[in-house]
Design a binder for this molecule. Structure first.
Ligand SMILES: *Cc1c(COP(=O)(O)O)cnc(C)c1O
Length: 404
């Protein structure tokens, strides 16, 4: 198989030119710091697109999550229910506040937090007041179910919509259903500011708090007067210029991501694989990353130690490790599915709840839960919107060859 001259990426920034205009405006007007028109406009446009009252521009999605966890009132020792299969940035902010993440397994329909497991978790820990749920790879979680369970137990819902800007659930944008929600403009997301993020909410009071906390918590006084802990988390007006230039292209990016997903679906037909699922008619993902899941019976032998993997090639079968290896050989970038948090050494003592109840297996690497299974059999495919149809067809041919 011929190798790509230019690397085919998982997901990289796609610029359009208007970003430069807004950066230039910031420069010419000398609003080069954390105040300015780019920030105001980006916040306004995001509110309009997502359908929320307030958006606060911050340095990153992670800092926005930290602010959300603070707004939700997480105190040292408080348990917080978090999606298990996700990027660590979803759960680390809970720990910044000395909260204790309890991981909730995902379900098969969307790969997101399983409402059945969440309800089980509330039976075990009825005192929990905060739930952090992710929309993985741009596919909305079952928001109605999660919201109803949170309401029934008097808990706040934080949506980590870092990967799902532009995705909808029953007509509502992700990031508009929870109490405090988060989007990210990291370089690999559906649109980017090079970095940056936002906290979204309908609460004027919450938005005001985040504006204050993120700019060092200064009181309204003639000198630097502090009554609360402060952070340097505000978005830069230069970064916001990039965001502002990208926002008009969100829908176009989503359309291209969808086309990539559909092309994989058609191109991989007949192989013993499925793509990352969603509930048709109920949700419209933004298709940020296309991922495939190998059928159980078509998995060759694969083992993973903490930092290395190995496999044994078998005719007609494959595994994520083989696919990633073959993609790398032709200069294409894939990635394993997010390794679930309950399997991460840093969180090995944390509780993990599945649809069957509290997880008791001391072997945290065991493939006896949904998250571990998807991690074992799943792989993220090149989903860069600058990938040409020819390049994608070549990627598909590589994947096909893995099953020869
Ligand atoms: C990217 C990402 C974040 C963090 O966003 P940053 O802007 O990189 O800090 C949080 N959660 C998920 C699920 C992400 O993919």
């Amino acid at each position: 198989m011929k190798s790509f001259k230019n690397r085919v990426w998982l997901s990289t920034p796609t610029m359009h030119g208007e970003e430069l205009k807004y950066i230039q405006e910031a420069y010419d007007s000398n609003w080069m710091s954390t105040i300015g028109e780019n920030i105001n406009e980006s916040e306004r446009i995001v509110c309009e697109k997502v359908g929320c009252r307030y958006a606060v521009g911050l340095a990153s999605g992670t800092s926005a999550l930290h602010m959300a966890v603070k707004l939700a009132g997480v105190k040292p020792g408080d348990r917080v229910f978090c999606t298990d299969m996700t990027f660590a940035a979803t759960v680390n902010p809970v720990v910044y506040e000395n909260g204790i993440p309890v991981f909730i397994d995902c379900e098969r329909d969307t790969w997101n937090m399983d409402p059945v497991a969440l309800e089980k978790a509330f039976q075990l820990y009825p005192e929990v007041k905060v739930v952090v749920a992710v929309h993985l790879y741009g596919t909305p979680a079952k928001l109605d179910d999660l919201r109803a369970i949170c309401d029934a137990h008097g808990a706040m819902l934080i949506e980590d919509a870092a990967e799902s800007l532009g995705a909808t659930y029953k007509g509502r944008q992700t990031g508009s259903v929870g109490d405090f929600n988060v989007i990210s403009f990291n370089g690999n997301k559906i649109i980017t500011g090079s970095s940056g993020g936002m906290l979204l909410t309908n609460s004027a009071e919450a938005a005001a708090k985040v504006r204050k906390w993120s700019t060092q918590s200064r009181e309204d006084a003639p000198w630097y007067q502090h009554e609360e802990r402060g952070y340097n988390y505000r978005m830069s007006n230069v970064i916001a210029g990039v965001v502002r230039g990208q926002l008009p292209y969100l829908e176009q990016h989503v359309a291209r991501k969808r086309a990539i997903y559909e092309r994989y679906k058609a191109g991989l037909a007949g192989l013993p694989v499925t793509l990352n699922p969603y509930v048709e008619g109920e949700m419209e993902p933004n298709f940020w990353l296309s991922c495939l899941l190998i059928n159980e019976e078509a998995m060759c032998f694969q083992t993973r130690k903490s930092c290395a993997a190995a496999y044994t090639d078998e005719p007609g079968k494959s595994c994520p490790t083989e696919i990633l290896e073959k993609l790398a050989k032709v200069n294409a970038e894939g990635r394993p599915i997010w390794k679930p948090m309950h399997m991460q050494p840093i969180y090995k003592e944390n509780e993990f709840v599945t649809a069957a109840g509290l997880y008791q297996n001391k072997k945290r690497d065991a493939i006896d839960n949904v998250g571990a299974d998807i991690f074992h059999r799943g792989v993220c495919l090149p989903s860069d919107i600058k990938m040409t149809a020819e390049e994608q067809d070549a990627v598909i041919a590589v994947i096909r060859s893995c099953f020869d």
